[in-house]
Design a protein around this ligand. Structure first.
Ligand code: CP
Length: 334
C-alpha cells in the first residue's frame, strides 16, 4: 500500500517524532556538505495551484541535494481539473515520477490525487492544512526549546486567524501532547469540527487545547508565539472587517511580546504582511526564529522525501545495469 503525507493525523506520535529526528540527521549532514544522494535518479512532480516561495524552493532543492530531480508544474500549466480529471492526472503523473507534491486550492483535490496515485503524495498546503510546514515548525521549536523543557511541556500560542497553518499546528501540537492556545476574535477562531480533532488528540496524548479571545492571557506563559496572515488571496473584500477585528489587539508587536516570558520565541510560516499581523520590530528581533523556520523547510522536505521514497526505489545491482547497457549498445550497433 502506498503511504501519503496528507495530514499529521494519519501518523502515530512515535512516527512523527522519528521523522523529526530524521530532519535533524539530514540537517547535520547538509551543514557538513555531506547530504547523502539517496534518491539518485528519482523524480518529484510538484503541482502548484497557487504561488509558493518556501514550499517550491525547499522541495526542489531537497530533491536536487538528494541526487534526484524535480519538475515544477505551475498554476494553469497542466490539464488537471480543466481538460483532465484529477484521477487521470494522478494515474498518469504517478507512472512517471517517484513522488508527487501538490499545493491545491481545495483539500479534497490532494485527497483525490492521493487516492488515484501509485506513488506517495505530499500535501504542500490546502485550504484546510499545511502538514509539511508544521512538521518543520515542531523541529524548529525543539532547536529553540526553553532550557530544561521537554516537547510535551511546550506552550504554543497562535495569535490570529484560524488559517490552514493554525489548524495544522493545533493538530500536531495536540497530537504530540503539547499545550496549544488559539487567540483570536470569536468570529475567526478554529471551527468546532477542527477543535473536535484537537480535543480527541488531547484525550489520547495528555495535551491541552484552549481557544480564547483573551490574547494577553494566551501569551502569558507562551514558549512560542506564532502568527500568520490575516487574509489570503480571494479574501480581499474582507480586509476592512478583518483589520477592524484583529487590529491592534491581535497584532504581534512589542507591547504584546512584553506580556510573554522573556524567553518566548516568535514564529511565522511566512510570507508575512509586515506591519499587519506582526511588526518589523518583532519579526526582526532576537526573539524571532522565522528564518530558522524557513530554512528548516528544506531539511524537512529532505526527511519526508527520504522517508517515503527511498524504501520504494529499486536498487538494481551494477551487473544488471551493465547487462542492459550491453543489450542496448548491441542493438544500436547492429
Ligand atoms: N510557508 C509557506 O508555505 O510558504 P510558501 O507559500 O512560500 O510556500
Amino acid at each position: 500500500m502506498v503511504r501519503h503525507y496528507i495530514s499529521t493525523q494519519d501518523f502515530p506520535k512515535e512516527e512523527l517524532l522519528r521523522l523529526i529526528e530524521l530532519i535533524g540527521l539530514l540537517k547535520r549532514a547538509d551543514k557538513e556538505g555531506a547530504c547523502p544522494k539517496l534518491l539518485a535518479g528519482a523524480s518529484l512532480g510538484m503541482i502548484f495551484e497557487e504561488p509558493s516561495t518556501r514550499t517550491r524552493v525547499s522541495f526542489e532543492v531537497a530533491m536536487t541535494k538528494l541526487g534526484g530531480h524535480a519538475i515544477y508544474m505551475r498554476p494553469g500549466e497542466i490539464h488537471m481539473g480543466v481538460r483532465e480529471s484529477i484521477s487521470d492526472t494522478a494515474k498518469v503523473v504517478s507512472r512517471m515520477v517517484d513522488v508527487i507534491e501538490a499545493r491545491t486550492l481545495k483539500h479534497q483535490t490532494v485527497v483525490d490525487l492521493a487516492r488515484f496515485s501509485t506513488v506517495p503524495v505530499f500535501n504542500g498546503l490546502t485550504d484546510f492544512n499545511h502538514p509539511t510546514q508544521v512538521l518543520c515548525d515542531v523541529f524548529t521549536m525543539l532547536e529553540h526549546a526553553p532550557a530544561g523543557k521537554k516537547l510535551e511541556e511546550f506552550n504554543v500560542t497562535f495569535v490570529g486567524d484560524a488559517t490552514n497553518v493554525c489548524n495544522s499546528l493545533m493538530m500536531i501540537c495536540t497530537h504530540l501532547g503539547m499545550s496549544f492556545t488559539h487567540a483570536a476574535p470569536k468570529a475567526y477562531q478554529i471551527s468546532d469540527s477542527t477543535k473536535a480533532i484537537g480535543r480527541a488528540n488531547c484525550e489520547k496524548s495528555g495535551g491541552r487545547l484552549t481557544v480564547t479571545d483573551d490574547v494577553n492571557a494566551a501569551v502569558a506563559d507562551a514558549d512560542f508565539i506564532y502568527t500568520d496572515l490575516w487574509w489570503w488571496v480571494g479574501q480581499e473584500s474582507e480586509i476592512p472587517d478583518r483589520t477592524k477585528a484583529f487590529m491592534p489587539k491581535f497584532q504581534v508587536n512589542a507591547a504584546l511580546l512584553a506580556k510573554a516570558p522573556k524567553y518566548a520565541k516568535v514564529m511565522h510560516c511566512l510570507p508575512a504582511s509586515r506591519g499587519v499581523e506582526a511588526t518589523d520590530e518583532v519579526l526582526d528581533s532576537a526573539q524571532s526564529i522565522i528564518f530558522d523556520q524557513a530554512e528548516n523547510r528544506l531539511h524537512t522536505e529532505k526527511a519526508l522525501l527520504v522517508y517515503f521514497v527511498y524504501p520504494r526505489l529499486k536498487q538494481a545491482p551494477q551487473a544488471l545495469v551493465q547487462h542492459h547497457e550491453g543489450l542496448v549498445e548491441a542493438f544500436l550497433n547492429a
